[in-house]
Design a protein around this ligand. Structure first.
Ligand code: AMP
Length: 227
């Protein structure tokens, strides 16, 4: 993929499938200073920012997130629409990756309503990982509170426990990466998000990646799909 890539993509997959890790890599991909130019939009990150800022929206969202449930469609649709409509949001970049949105059929339909013609989706990438692997990925996941880098206590440990190798920030565990919430999130994925595979499969934009491999291998294959 070169640095002038234009793509409007959705990354679909269960929690822990690697959507966020790969979306960050694709957005940063390029030669030298140049990045791919794609804007990475993670609805989970946007919600966590709202929670951290203490906003009313964040307070409402937190109760759903901690329980492993989806926040109401209208709340998330309005949030993503706000991004699309602002010039520095989706509309202003060479393209974008939506990571964690849509997660329900009404969200996918709302996206279609807002993106048509030259703004229509170009790729939907499905990250396939067996469920038994996801649990281990999620319970061991740690995120840097400063730069957002994602680590894993076994598969991708930092050189010093609890400290980010990239920026020295403190590592934290997401409150919804506890086993009780993870079970609920996987169930929600099966019942509400997995039906989107058929929704996008019918349109010929869906590509599936075997994401139960090393991040480097997944990344290389992802680039070939996004050319
Ligand atoms: P993520 O970081 O993508 O795993 O999202 C963390 C949590 O944020 C999810 O478990 C949901 O509670 C909420 N969330 C993120 N994106 C959405 C969405 N598109 N629809 C509803 N809830 C969402």
């Amino acid at each position: 993929m070169n640095s002038s890539l234009t793509a409007r993509c959705v990354f679909l997959g269960a929690p822990g499938a690697g959507k966020g890790t790969q979306a960050k890599r694709v957005a940063q991909h390029g030669t030298g200073e140049a990045e791919s130019g794609l804007t990475h939009i993670s609805t989970g990150d946007l919600l966590r920012e709202q929670v951290a800022s203490g906003s009313a929206l964040g307070a409402e969202a937190k109760t759903y997130m901690d329980a492993g449930k989806l926040v109401p469609d209208q709340l998330i649709i309005d949030m993503v629409k706000g991004k699309i409509e602002r010039p520095e949001g989706l509309g202003g970049s060479a393209g974008w990756i939506l990571d964690g949105f849509p997660r329900t059929l009404p969200q996918a339909e709302a996206l279609d309503t807002n993106l048509s013609g030259e703004n229509a989706l170009t790729h939907v990438i499905s990250f396939a990982v067996p469920e038994e692997v996801l649990m281990g990925r999620l319970t061991g996941r740690r995120t840097c509170s400063k730069c957002g880098a994602i680590w894993h206590i076994e598969h991708k440990p930092t050189s010093k426990d609890g400290v980010c190798d990239q920026c020295g920030g403190d590592l934290t565990q997401r409150s919804d990466d506890r086993p009780e919430a993870i079970g609920k999130r996987l169930e929600v994925y099966r019942s509400q998000t997995a039906p989107l595979l058929a929704y996008y499969g019918d349109r010929g934009v869906l590509r599936e990646i075997d994401a139960n491999r090393s991040p480097d291998v997944v990344f290389q294959e992802l680039l070939t799909h996004m050319q």
